[in-house]
Design a protein around this ligand. Structure first.
Ligand code: ADE
Ligand code: ZN
Length: 345
C-alpha cells in the first residue's frame, strides 16, 4: 500500500471512514447539554442554568479544574439505571457514526455513589448499553473503573470493595480528576491490589501534571497505558523509554486545547510524539464538553498540523488497535479492516 500516494484532499474522508478504537472517553463526559436538561426534568433535579444554550456558554474553561467543576455538576442528573443506559447509548451511536469499532469506556463511580446512587445502578445501565451497542451497532466495548484522585486512597479502596461483586463487568481501573497535587503514588496500594486481582491498569498522567507523574504511573502503579501523557515531551529520557517499551499514550487533542494545555491546535505535539516512535492514539476524552467526538478530533488535528498525512492516519488507527485490551485475533481482524479501508482511497 502506497500511503504517500493518497492525495491530501482525500484526507478528511479517509480520517472519517477508517475503522478506529477509542480508548479514552469518560462516559459522563459524553453527556450533551440537551440530555442533561432532559434527565434533569425526568428526575426532578434542578440545575443552575436557565437553558441548554446558557449551559453551553459556560463551557469556557481555563484549566482542568474549571472543567471538572461543571462536569461533576452535569453528572448530578444521573440517578437511575436507564439514565446511565441512555447516556452510554447516545455515545455508542455517535461512535458508530465515526467508524469506531471498539471503545474502552471510563466511568467514575464515586461521582455517583457519593450522591446515594448505588454502584449496581451505574454498572447495570452501562453494561446493558454495551451489550445493546454490540448487538445493534456492531460496536464492541469494555468498562474501566476510574478512581477520583482528589479523594483519598481509602475512598478508592471502598469503591473497589463495592465493585468486586461485579468484577466480571469491568476490565480494569484508571485514575482521573484533578491531577496537580495528587501524584500517582498516592494510590500505590490500591493499584497493587487491583494488579493482584488481574485488572488492567491505566492512569491519567502528564496532562497538566509534570513528567515525574508519568514516571511514577509506570514505576509505582505499573500501568500499561498512560492517559494523555503529552507532557512527556519535556523529558527526552522518558520519551525514549515510552518508545522503547511501546507504552501507549491516549492523546485527546480537542481536550488539550479546550483545557489550555496548548494555546491552539497548531501547537499540539501529536506529530512529534509519532515522529519519536511512540504508540500515540487519538481520543475524545469528554466529547460533549470539548467540541467533538472521534472524527472531529482527527479532523481538527490533521487540519492544524500539515506534517500529518495518510501515513500518520494509518499509524494512529493501527496504534489504537495495538493499544486496546482485546485479544490478538481481534486486533488482527481490525487491522485487516483498516487495510481494506485504505485500499479504497
Ligand atoms: N475526568 C474527566 N475528564 C478528565 C480529564 N481530561 N482529566 C482528568 N480527569 C477527567
Ligand atoms: Zn480523561
Amino acid at each position: 500500500m502506497n500511503l504517500d500516494a493518497i492525495p491530501r484532499d482525500r484526507l478528511p474522508a479517509l480520517l472519517c471512514a477508517m475503522p478506529k478504537a477509542e480508548l479514552h472517553i469518560h462516559i459522563e463526559g459524553s453527556l450533551e447539554p440537551e440530555l442533561i436538561f432532559a434527565l434533569a426534568q425526568r428526575n426532578g433535579v434542578s440545575i443552575p442554568y436557565a437553558s441548554v444554550d446558557a449551559l453551553r456558554e459556560a463551557y469556557a474553561f481555563t484549566d482542568l479544574q474549571s472543567f471538572l467543576d461543571i462536569y461533576y455538576a452535569g453528572a448530578s442528573v444521573l440517578l437511575k439505571e436507564e439514565d446511565f443506559f441512555d447516556m452510554a447509548m447516545a455515545y455508542f451511536r455517535r461512535a458508530a457514526a465515526d467508524h469506531v469499532v471498539h471503545a474502552e469506556l471510563f466511568f467514575d463511580p464515586q461521582t455517583h455513589t457519593e450522591r446515594g446512587v448505588s454502584f449496581e445502578t451505574v454498572i447495570d445501565g452501562l453494561t446493558r448499553a454495551g451489550e445493546t451497542a454490540q448487538r445493534e451497532l456492531g460496536v464492541s466495548s469494555a468498562l474501566i473503573l476510574c478512581f477520583l484522585r482528589h479523594l483519598s486512597e481509602e475512598a478508592a479502596f471502598e469503591t473497589l470493595e463495592q465493585a468486586l461483586p461485579f468484577r466480571d463487568r469491568f476490565i480494569g481501573v484508571g485514575l482521573d480528576s484533578s491531577e496537580r497535587g495528587h501524584p500517582p503514588e498516592k494510590f500505590a496500594r490500591v493499584f497493587a491490589k487491583c494488579r493482584e486481582l488481574g485488572l488492567r491498569l491505566v492512569a491519567h498522567a502528564g496532562e497538566e501534571g509534570p513528567p515525574a507523574y508519568i514516571w511514577s504511573a509506570l514505576d509505582v502503579l505499573k500501568v500499561e497505558r498512560i492517559d494523555h501523557g503529552v507532557r512527556c515531551v519535556e523529558d527526552p529520557a522518558l520519551v525514549k523509554r515510552l518508545a522503547a517499551e511501546r507504552v501507549p499514550l491516549t492523546v485527546c487533542p480537542l481536550s488539550n486545547v479546550k483545557l489550555c494545555v496548548y494555546p491552539d491546535m497548531a501547537a499540539h505535539q501529536l506529530g512529534a510524539l509519532l515522529d519519536a516512535g511512540l504508540c500515540a492514539t487519538v481520543n475524545s476524552d469528554d466529547p460533549a464538553y470539548f467540541g467533538g467526538y472521534m472524527n472531529a478530533n482527527f479532523l481538527a488535528t490533521f487540519d492544524a498540523l500539515p506534517a500529518l498525512g495518510a501515513r500518520q492516519a494509518y499509524q494512529l488507527a493501527k496504534n489504537s488497535f495495538e493499544a486496546s485490551f482485546v485479544d490478538e485475533a481481534l486486533k488482527a481482524a481490525w487491522e485487516q479492516k483498516l487495510d481494506k479501508a485504505f485500499a479504497a482511497f
